[in-house]
Design a protein around this ligand. Structure first.
Ligand code: ADP
Ligand code: MG
Length: 473
């Protein structure tokens, strides 16, 4: 197995200064007590760096792999700030802090964290997301809340109906920013930002600092402290990655063989399409391997149920498409299978990051057919290593998979989403946005052609409606 890329800490703070205990971080007794109740003894690296910076009031952009405690990294200092400036009585329909997050599951999770860490404080928080009735959410917002956790679509609905106002907003937090962009929320994020007061604290949390995230940050954060606990796109250190070359038609047979032979009890399997997910689920079921599919055509109820059954062990295999898998957080997931390689190489990193979380080990296997060679090249380039190939004796493919290419160094990439859109409605003027676009491509001698095409393609189906420029006031 080749080495994983460098995963050492990169930060503008010297490492030896990181706090070893929560009590060194500037949090009040009430918050420390809640942290102790929760059972945390030592701040994670991202927490040790982010918490003092957020308390100091400055903008922060932080990248750390999933499962490293980013939620507490922003909720604890947020609660500290909000509880120490009591002068601001929040008025009707107003919010003092807004946390934007990509999925309903994550919104609910963050909201629970705020309740947990804020249980000894006199702050009010609530959560809003789509798929449930809007009226109870409007009622809850009527008193005004200190912290609002929201998914973008429902938040904009509420905003357009005047159920939420931002004139008292002090802190704006974008959580899982990379997933948000992957899920096509860029336009919604910009709309939200344009509705916020200019003077505010901004926090951006993400698993990676992709070029798109950096470009987004330019429209959002102001002289931020940048914290990065992982190298960009580094694959989780403890994931054993391997692939086997297989004919496309025999992928299901190979998977069934491996599940049975190795007696895998819990495997998350990724397919490219919803149809592929359904088909594979049926094939597994027919072989006596319990399986469930989650993808965009399944109702929220079916998705929640499938996930619960997978977590409690009553379903052995969860077959998922990339988008549906975004909100999944499963402890100790031992096995991830790429039944199809993803079209976007970064998705490979997200997928295999589902295993070996929180210091555990895991295995990520890819079933690669001859057609997928170029996708494999892209992935190996992004992860900067060759994935070990193993031959399965009874499944040697008729269509041979071509060789990998030598690994060439990564070039600094440019944002595709932000290139030359020229329509930055970020409420912060155009200068910063321009910075992120033209100069880079000109410097390389690339004439900016029609990059909008690509930017559009990245916006998935759920954003296909008409394009309002600005939210209604
Ligand atoms: P991320 O947002 O980085 O993916 P989360 O904030 O969801 O990670 O945290 C992952 C898990 O780690 C959660 O179960 C959380 O309760 C736990 N956790 C967070 N901080 C600590 C800590 N300091 N000590 C122990 N466990 C922690
Ligand atoms: Mg998180």
């Amino acid at each position: 197995m080749s080495n994983t890329p460098n995963t050492s800490a990169e930060s503008s703070l010297p490492k030896e200064n990181f706090a070893e205990t929560f009590s060194e971080l500037g949090l009040s007794e009430a918050i420390l007590k809640a942290v102790t109740d929760k059972g945390y003894t030592k701040p994670s690296p991202i927490q040790a760096q982010a918490i003092p910076a957020v308390i100091s009031g400055r903008d922060v952009m932080a990248a750390a792999q999933t499962g490293t405690g980013k939620t507490a990294g922003f909720t604890l200092p947020l609660l500290q700030r909000l509880s120490s400036s009591k002068s601001n009585k929040v008025s009707s329909n107003n919010v003092r802090a807004l946390i934007l997050t990509p999925t309903r599951e994550l919104a609910a999770q963050i909201s629970e964290s705020i309740e947990t860490y804020g249980k000894y404080l006199n702050l009010h928080s609530t959560v809003v997301f789509g798929g449930v009735k809007i009226n109870p959410q409007m009622m809850r917002l009527r008193q005004g809340v200190d912290v609002l956790v929201a998914t973008p679509g429902r938040l904009l609905d509420l905003y357009n109906q005047n159920a939420v106002r931002f004139s008292q907003l002090e802190v704006f937090i974008l959580d899982e920013a990379d997933r948000m962009l992957d899920m096509g929320f860029l336009r919604d994020i910009k709309k939200v930002i344009s509705a916020l007061p200019r003077s505010r604290q901004n926090l951006l949390f993400s698993a990676t600092f992709s070029p798109d995230i950096r470009a987004l940050a330019k429209t959002l954060v102001n002289n931020p402290l940048e914290i990065s606990v992982n190298a960009e796109n580094s694959t989780a250190e403890k994931v054993t990655q391997w692939l086997t070359a297989v004919d496309k038609k025999r992928k299901a047979d190979v998977l069934i063989h491996l599940i049975k032979e190795n007696n895998w009890q819990q495997a998350l399997v990724f397919t490219k399409t919803k149809h592929g997910a359904n088909k594979l689920t049926k094939q597994l079921d027919a072989e006596g391997i319990t399986a469930a599919a989650i993808h965009g055509n399944k109702s929220q109820g079916a998705r929640t149920r499938a996930l619960a059954e997978f977590k409690d062990g009553s379903v052995r295999v969860l077959v998922a498409t990339d988008i549906a898998a975004r909100g999944i957080d499963i402890d100790l997931l031992p096995q991830v299978v790429n039944f199809d390689l993803p079209n976007v190489p970064e998705d490979y990193v997200h997928r295999i990051g589902r295993t070996a979380r929180a210091g555990n080990t895991g295995q990520a296997l890819s079933l690669v057919c001859a057609d997928e060679l170029e996708l494999l090249w892209d992935i190996e380039h992004v992860i900067q290593q060759h994935i070990e190939r193993k031959v399965l004796d009874n499944f040697v493919p008729v269509n041979t998979l071509g060789n990998s290419r030598p690994i060439r160094p990564l070039k600094p990439k440019k944002s595709k989403l932000f290139k030359k859109s020229g329509k930055s409605n970020d409420g912060r003027g155009k200068v910063e946005h321009k910075d992120g676009q033209r100069s880079g491509s000109n410097a390389n001698g690339n004439k900016p052609k029609t990059p909008n095409d690509q930017a559009r393609r990245k916006q998935p189906e759920n954003n296909g409606g008409p394009k309002p420029r600005r939210p209604r006031r």
